[in-house]
Ligand binder design. Structure first.
Ligand code: B12
Length: 297
């Protein structure tokens, strides 16, 4: 019933796993943090125990319902020379869109099943979104460290962590095989080994998260990227036939896809506000986007 309602709400996959301490991830996460692979993303150092154990985050947690929501746009930026923003940031900020949908699913659960307590999460909370998607059998971990299905990796992950015991799914196999296209295509060699990303070398980190100046030794390596980076996903054979989103709120401002190289480099704060009113691009603010634009000149 929950999976059917999740599908009706537009999630293209929904899987369930038991809420528990992720002992097997503790060492990985610790090593990743200790080796500074999170760069200046300091929030990743917070709530180490909660990040590994949702029962510390949601009292009485029994199940994690993982949900996948496509963001692949029907139309891409039209101007060949135009600086490139990631497809995940074309429309409204996904944190709000996914939260609204997951709250609707939670109300459905309470109406149809009874008093169930729980919370909805996507991205910004101390939860290993990818690991729960893996454990719930709806996706496998690609060598670019993001989750993949046979149809796509261009999706957001959200989860409901609830105090209701549910039948759990089993993890699926990986279909990466011997392919290393993502690892080979990363311009900054940020994918240090299969399934491990050194975030502090990722173009997405430099253009979205980093507040300071971008290191000069990265000059000329961004392949015209100014917000986020999709290169490791664009080259993936499993993304050959994209799963287009059907989310009105992910549609970009009509001017965004038409903008030329000159339009971008001459962007004003007013245009920035008009184009990115509700977008994830606001995370880097106007001055951050100008920094990114100047860096690729
Ligand atoms: C921090 C973060 C980043 C950082 C660091 C990236 C990273 N891989 O951690 C930066 C800013 C670089 C980043 C970039 C992007 N991100 Co991000 N990011 C996150 C965040 C907040 C935490 C991820 C995390 O826990 N990292 C810590 C490391 C240690 O965990 P890990 O990557 O899962 O690594 C595990 C494995 O490496 C494993 N491991 C270690 N060794 C080995 C060896 C083997 C063989 C195996 C199997 C596993 C393994 O152990 C680690 C711990 O579990 C999540 C949201 C969330 N709360 O989970 C979103 C998230 C992962 N990001 C997301 C997206 C969309 C992106 C971008 C595509 C955005 C863009 N287009 O620019 C890029 C992709 C870059 C990339 N290839 O990873 C989505 C991914 C959706 C999906 N399809 O999987 C998430 C889930 C947000 C969401 N809720 O939708 N991101």
């Amino acid at each position: 019933m929950i999976k059917a309602e999740a599908k009706r709400l537009g999630f293209f996959a929904c899987g369930i796993s038991k809420a528990r301490f992720l002992e097997e991830e503790a060492k990985h996460l610790e090593d990743w943090l200790k080796s500074g692979k999170h760069g200046s993303v300091s929030y990743m150092e917070n709530h180490f125990d909660k990040r590994l154990d949702p029962t510390l985050l949601v009292s009485g947690a029994k199940s994690v319902i993982s949900l996948l929501y496509s963001y692949y746009p029907h139309e891409l930026q039209k101007q060949k020379e135009a600086p490139v923003i990631s497809k995940y940031a074309y429309g409204e900020d996904y944190h709000f869109v996914l939260k609204d949908k997951m709250k609707t699913l939670m109300s459905f659960i309470n109406k149809e099943i009874g008093e169930v307590n729980g919370r909805a999460f996507t991205d910004s909370a101390p939860v290993l979104d990818k690991k729960w998607a893996e454990l719930s059998g709806i996706a496998w971990r690609g060598k670019h460290s993001n989750m993949l299905t046979k149809q796509t990796s261009f999706f957001f992950i959200g989860e409901l962590i609830i105090d209701l015991e549910l039948d759990c799914d089993k993890p699926m196999n990986s279909y990466c095989g011997t392919c290393t296209l993502c690892i080979d295509a990363c311009p900054t060699q940020a994918i240090t080994e299969a399934c491990v990303v050194d975030g502090s070398k990722c173009i997405s980190y430099f253009t979205v998260e980093l507040k300071e100046a971008i290191p000069e030794d990265m000059k000329g390596m961004f392949q015209n990227r100014i917000f986020g980076c999709d290169i490791c996903q664009d080259v993936c054979p499993h993304n050959r036939k994209p799963v287009f989103h059907n989310e009105e709120r992910f549609l970009p401002h009509p001017d965004l896809l038409e903008m030329s190289k000159e339009d971008w480099h001459e962007i004003t704060e007013d245009v920035f506000k008009k184009l990115f009113n509700k977008s994830a691009v606001k995370r880097t603010e106007f001055k951050g986007l100008k920094r990114n634009l100047d860096f690729i000149k």
